[in-house]
Design a protein around this ligand. Structure first.
Ligand code: FE
Length: 186
């Protein structure tokens, strides 16, 4: 299978079946995030990052996603960005993988710098925040702002938070496949 077929199979399989405590499947959630990025006229790598931001969840066995028990959940919630970015880095550059890696940190960042932000979070996102380390400290905020892809990670995070609407019909994976093809490393 090609890289895009491998990713498409994750959307069609676990992505279409599994939930993370939200009203939409994980795959639908990621498609909605990508559609929001597209609507915001984000560049191609950032649309791809929005599309793939939770791919780390889809690569875990259901029990490790918290669907079959609660104990491994803290681990996967904190690490799914890292795991997803590491996996994607075989095919995509940092403009795609870094916002994926940092989107969990971006939630902790926004909770620290935006007083209204935590009120926008879903109940599940509030619940996982403590598993992910809670709001950033001032030192962590400064370090995050110095990261080259920190701002893009925040953008992904904002779309992520809005991409949980069961009334929305996002484009299918096939709509984004040519974009992913174009972004593959030579
Ligand atoms: Fe997400």
């Amino acid at each position: 299978m090609t890289a895009v077929e491998v990713i498409g199979a994750l959307f069609a399989g676990p992505g279409a079946r599994d939930y993370l405590g939200e009203a939409v499947t994980i795959g639908e959630h990621m498609l909605q995030a990508a559609a929001l990025a597209e609507a915001a006229r984000a560049d191609g790598p950032l649309v791809a990052a929005a599309l793939l931001h939770d791919i780390g969840h889809l690569r875990q066995a259901p029990s490790r996603r918290g669907l079959g028990g609660s104990s491994p959940r803290a681990n996967t919630d904190a690490r799914h960005g890292e795991a997803g970015a590491r996996w994607l880095s075989r095919w995509f550059g940092a403009a795609v993988t870094e916002p994926v890696r940092l989107h969990v940190a971006a939630k902790r960042y926004l909770c620290a710098v935006d007083a209204g932000y935590s009120g926008l979070l879903s109940a599940e996102s509030v619940r996982t925040l403590s598993l992910q380390g809670g709001p950033m400290t001032a030192g962590e905020v400064a370090a995050f702002e110095a990261l080259p892809h920190g701002r893009n990670a925040v953008a992904v995070r904002r779309w992520d938070d809005r991409a949980k609407d069961p009334a929305v019909t996002a484009p299918r994976f096939a709509h984004f496949a040519p974009l992913l093809e174009a972004l593959l490393r030579p």
